[in-house]
Write a protein that binds this ligand. Structure first.
Ligand code: AFP
Length: 331
């Protein structure tokens, strides 16, 4: 009988690897994900498709499910007594836990529904979360400006043919698959590991003309295949939801990239550091992979703003190192 999430968290607590507050917080995230899953799965039947008619702090049109998922997430974790505050892609500023609930020792930053452009076409989407220790005192945006290497836990829930919760508390990466018949998450991968090398890359090729030279050179060499300087043929994937790209890398390897491009040159990248790149970089390194912005380890970056963006190259060590060599060569 596969191990349930509750059993797994209990065993981690017994081993002293997590405390009660972190266990309760992870359990709360698992439970709220079931509510998000239900809304996502109903789609048009639940009247949740389409635009909400509002914009988030990034100036992006919010989908109804973005707003709804954010509400479900906040409601699902605020009561736990594990949190001092929350930050979300869908909220302009940090949200201290209401005085009606006990204050806990952790902060959680999250993207309640990553891949919004996939919602209306029934393509994979997911919830991403990052958990760190809260500083003393009042919780503000600045409380969240902690380098990703300080995370105590991170993970995602991917809503696709299967609903899978993947997370790490710093002792490797595990995956739990949701069983709708019993409403339980069951352990289906207890030691996620990313192969050092790969023959599969993921990038939005339509932006090729906008990339910096080193990235263009690297991708062109990937496309040259066995006859090119890298000397092997590659396959390509692009699901347009970071959760799905990272899940594929964690499941069968590969490299996922969202580099800087000159469409908005002032932006370092499209993906957000605190609640997309940092949690996914944490998982990647815990699974033996790497994550860089092209020159620096993602987890070493010092955040300066809550919704700061970053370029991301994440996955097989050999390929992430190769990207760094192309960047180095172009200097
Ligand atoms: P949306 O949430 O706006 O769909 O963006 C998803 C995302 O932030 C990330 O999850 C994807 O990897 C990436 O953007 C896809 O970007 P493109 O739509 O430019 O391919």
């Amino acid at each position: 009988m596969p191990v349930t999430l509750n059993q797994y968290l209990f065993e981690l607590k017994q081993k002293g690897l997590i405390d009660h507050q972190l266990s309760r917080l992870l359990d709360a995230v698992a439970n709220l994900s079931k509510e998000i899953r239900e809304k996502v799965t109903l789609g048009a039947l639940g009247g949740v498709l389409g635009l909400a008619g509002t914009e988030n702090v990034q100036g992006e049109d919010q989908k109804k499910l973005d707003v709804l998922s954010n509400e479900i997430f906040v409601k699902g974790v605020q009561w736990t007594g594990s949190l001092a505050g929350m930050a979300s892609e869908e909220m302009d500023h940090a949200l201290p836990v209401s005085k009606e609930y006990p204050r806990g020792k952790y902060l959680i930053a999250f993207d309640p529904l990553d891949g919004s452009s996939n919602i209306d076409i029934n393509a994979p989407i997911g919830t991403i979360f990052s958990i760190s220790k809260a500083p003393e005192g009042e919780i503000t945006d600045e409380s969240f400006l902690i380098p990703g290497r300080e995370q105590v836990a991170a993970g995602y829930v991917m809503y696709s043919p299967q609903t899978i919760m993947t997370f790490s508390v710093g002792k490797g990466v595990v995956m739990f698959t949701f069983n709708p018949a019993t409403g339980q998450y069951l352990l289906t991968n207890e030691k996620v590991s990313v192969p050092v090398s790969t023959a599969e890359f993921a990038i939005n090729m339509s932006n090729l003309r906008h990339w910096a030279t080193p990235v263009r050179n690297y991708v062109r060499d990937l496309l040259k295949g066995a006859d090119g300087p890298i000397g092997k043929n590659y396959n390509m994937r692009w699901v347009a939801a970071m959760v799905a790209e990272v899940h594929r890398v964690l499941t069968r390897g590969g490299i996922f990239m969202y580099p800087w491009d000159n469409r908005q040159p002032e932006r370092p990248g499209k993906l957000r550091l605190l609640y997309e790149a940092n949690p996914m970089a944490f998982l990647s390194e815990q699974a033996g992979a790497q994550a860089t912005n092209g020159t620096q380890r993602i987890l070493d970056l010092q955040p300066e703003k809550l919704h700061q963006r970053v370029a991301v190259f994440l996955g097989a060590k050999e390929e992430v190192e190769r990207v760094k060599q192309y960047v180095e060569k172009a200097k």
